[in-house]
Design a protein around this ligand. Sequence first.
Ligand SMILES: *[C@@H]1O[C@H](CO)[C@@H](O)[C@H](O)[C@H]1NC(C)=O
Ligand SMILES: *[C@@H]1O[C@H](CO)[C@@H](O)[C@H](O)[C@H]1NC(C)=O
Ligand SMILES: *[C@@H]1O[C@H](CO)[C@@H](O)[C@H](O)[C@H]1NC(C)=O
Ligand SMILES: *[C@@H]1O[C@H](CO)[C@@H](O)[C@H](O)[C@H]1NC(C)=O
Ligand SMILES: *[C@@H]1O[C@H](CO)[C@@H](O)[C@H](O)[C@H]1NC(C)=O
Ligand SMILES: *[C@@H]1O[C@H](CO)[C@@H](O)[C@H](O)[C@H]1NC(C)=O
Ligand SMILES: *[C@@H]1O[C@H](CO)[C@@H](O)[C@H](O)[C@H]1NC(C)=O
Ligand SMILES: *[C@@H]1O[C@H](CO)[C@@H](O)[C@H](O)[C@H]1NC(C)=O
Ligand SMILES: *[C@@H]1O[C@H](CO)[C@@H](O)[C@H](O)[C@H]1NC(C)=O
Ligand SMILES: *[C@@H]1O[C@H](CO)[C@@H](O)[C@H](O)[C@H]1NC(C)=O
Ligand SMILES: *[C@@H]1O[C@H](CO)[C@@H](O)[C@H](O)[C@H]1NC(C)=O
Ligand SMILES: *[C@@H]1O[C@H](CO)[C@@H](O)[C@H](O)[C@H]1NC(C)=O
Ligand SMILES: [Cu+2]
Length: 619
Amino acid sequence: MVRSSVAAVLALALGAAAKTVSYDFNVTWVTANPDGMVDRKVIGINGAWPLPVIEVDKGDQLVVNMYNGLGDKSTSIHWHGMFQNGTNEMDGASMFTQCPIPPGSSFTYNFTVDQNGTYWYHCHTDYCYPDGYRQALIVHDADAPFVNDYKEEFTITLSDWYHDMMEDLSTEFMSLYNPSGAEPIPNSFLMNDGQNQTFKVEPNTSYLLRIINTGNFIAQYIYIEGLNMTIVEVDGVYTEPQEADVLYIHIAQRYSVIVTTGNSTDINYKIVTVADSDLMDGIPSDLQLNNTNWLVLNENAPLDQAVVTAATSDDLVAFDDFTLVPTDGMALLPEPDIQINVTVYMVNLMTGYNYAELNNITYTIPKVPSLYTAMSAGDLRTEEVVYGEYTHPIVLKHNQVVEVVLNNGDSGSHPFHLHGHNFQVIQREPPIGPLFNSYLDGDPIGYDPDNHTAFPAIPIRRDVIVLPPQGFVVMRFVADNPGVWAFHCHIDWHMASGLAMTFVEAPELIPTHVTIPDDHFAACAAAAVPTVGNAAANVEDYTDLTGQNVQPADIPDGWTSRGEVAMAFSVLSAVLGIISIVYYGLADLKHRPKQAPAARDSSEGEATAAATVVPAKQG
Ligand SMILES: *[C@@H]1O[C@H](CO)[C@@H](O)[C@H](O)[C@H]1NC(C)=O
Ligand SMILES: *[C@@H]1O[C@H](CO)[C@@H](O)[C@H](O)[C@H]1NC(C)=O
Ligand SMILES: *[C@@H]1O[C@H](CO)[C@@H](O)[C@H](O)[C@H]1NC(C)=O
Ligand SMILES: *[C@@H]1O[C@H](CO)[C@@H](O)[C@H](O)[C@H]1NC(C)=O
Ligand SMILES: *[C@@H]1O[C@H](CO)[C@@H](O)[C@H](O)[C@H]1NC(C)=O
Ligand SMILES: *[C@@H]1O[C@H](CO)[C@@H](O)[C@H](O)[C@H]1NC(C)=O
Ligand SMILES: *[C@@H]1O[C@H](CO)[C@@H](O)[C@H](O)[C@H]1NC(C)=O
Ligand SMILES: *[C@@H]1O[C@H](CO)[C@@H](O)[C@H](O)[C@H]1NC(C)=O
Ligand SMILES: *[C@@H]1O[C@H](CO)[C@@H](O)[C@H](O)[C@H]1NC(C)=O
Ligand SMILES: *[C@@H]1O[C@H](CO)[C@@H](O)[C@H](O)[C@H]1NC(C)=O
Ligand SMILES: *[C@@H]1O[C@H](CO)[C@@H](O)[C@H](O)[C@H]1NC(C)=O
Ligand SMILES: *[C@@H]1O[C@H](CO)[C@@H](O)[C@H](O)[C@H]1NC(C)=O
Ligand SMILES: [Cu+2]
């Protein structure tokens, strides 16, 4: 995972033109034991795991021929952070832009990488990336503003790790025995898909560290004892250098930092990671929350474990990314043409399971991938109705300035990701840092457009933003990328419980911007997923949603108010004839009952009873 920046500079000097970088990925199960505790099945590529780090230069064409050799599981690959401008069909999000690729099928991803910086790739089908199907994707740029400021670079992935397969964990997660939606607790934490990693460095020398959280669930704090980090890039956006001593990196976020070693060769630097224990419902006594890895100056000096002085992760005060400034100086976007207000809730629906909702919708997969609906719906492609109510579609007009107001009615933080764009972060409360949990003292507080601090003149842009507990974040972007783009929480548990919605951008332009290759249709045929029709796969009348997948019904009113949730469950258990719900009394009530943030302009309706219930999620 080392690459000399000298090589990149040299390549440019020699006049290297954009090239095609091709990979053949044969995806199969292999066995691995990255934490030294348990051998388990992981998703490998060409018989190996960890997966290959993809490295390209800005402007290259990336071609990946994927064969699904898993035998028992569908897959796809999302190129996290790639805008896929003009290649929406290559975005890799199952049921948004393609069919899940079933075992035995092949599928080629092919797109131009017209971006710079630190990205990653991962499976985007029904709980698959945390089984190991994720890795870094690095775009080298010989023109990066910091390209002369370091000697060598290292890619560092952080992740949580489970000993059990996602298939088994997910069955426990979405179940009557887990009505509070408590997420499975990881068994360990990894760096570069292992532990006790060493990075050989020299004294008095600068290094670029590209840090990526490729985990499923847990944000991590990271610091290096005795060294500060100078942030120069977040999520593919170059930033004016800013010094930080501690970073908080949530799922799918990336930071590039420059560190400079000291003149002494007496010590090895400890890279310390600490898991954010606020996200966990309980901390098993044998879970190692903090881990040490090393920048090695002296191979003869000991590799000591760090002594973490912070009592809990709350005591670590991390850098607030809201204060970063992109080097390109892109100014605050003007007042929006469209404002989208959505609030995160964790709720129980009639199945008795816990779901996540944006407003009152828990994302439920359509019968036809939404992009294929856009391709086949004719003039009706501009109407939200054809995408179905439960994909939570919002149609955006070409080049509109879009403002998303995201409120958090939940007590956990959520890393939200937008496909196809990065976005300006123009407001967030409370900030990352000592006040991060300060809104937990009372009820959730929503964004108030009539009472906020001034927006930054040059806001930071990123593609994953941390939504603080019971707080809010406000984002803006320009709808200049025709296509179907997912907007979702990147915690895979929450994605699976429906914390997603669909932006259908400039649908009238999608047919001229998108071409679906034959092998994409062949994967659908093999998976028996229709490729024309509305969300219900109706082709006669695209406004007729009869037969669409619907979310489970709400629990009847009167039972869901605060304090009566437990009661609601006893009633529900009678309704469903389930005796074992007694277990509920033992379950940890992590998420607060559904409750509107104070400033929220609530116009919520009651759900009508659903005809059929499809809890299936595939994002
Ligand atoms: C993928 O790998 C498996 C296991 O090694 C092998 O049996 C299969 O032929 C390979 N398929 C392709 C398309 O390379
Ligand atoms: C890393 O080192 C720690 C402390 O010595 C040890 O407990 C752990 O098993 C090691 N991890 C691996 C994967 O070897
Ligand atoms: C990838 O796409 C480019 C541009 O559309 C095309 O020229 C090239 O033939 C494609 N390559 C493959 C292997 O499909
Ligand atoms: C990539 O970096 C170059 C400078 O090297 C810059 O001109 C360009 O705008 C960057 N691209 C994106 C998408 O940020
Ligand atoms: C450290 O590096 C700087 C420039 O990179 C150099 O000027 C200085 O002499 C070096 N110091 C030592 C002790 O090597
Ligand atoms: C790191 O930066 C902080 C503030 O940015 C500063 O207070 C501290 O002295 C710096 N530490 C080192 C080791 O440079
Ligand atoms: C290393 O020594 C040089 C002078 O010899 C000094 O300029 C530099 O700041 C020192 N570096 C560190 C990290 O202490
Ligand atoms: C660091 O790990 C040790 C051992 O697992 C644990 O006792 C301690 O609470 C951890 N510290 C933090 C801040 O998580
Ligand atoms: C405006 O917001 C601040 C804190 O963000 C709050 O203290 C104050 O009460 C609010 N003012 C009004 C009029 O709502
Ligand atoms: C997509 O490309 C068009 C030009 O073809 C450009 O105007 C637009 O800004 C791009 N959007 C993104 C998100 O890259
Ligand atoms: C969004 O919510 C704010 C109040 O928080 C309200 O003023 C505004 O009209 C809402 N916008 C839409 C489009 O509902
Ligand atoms: C959500 O609320 C809206 C507005 O009140 C209503 O029209 C819609 O039917 C509701 N959807 C669900 C799934 O409850
Ligand atoms: Cu989440």
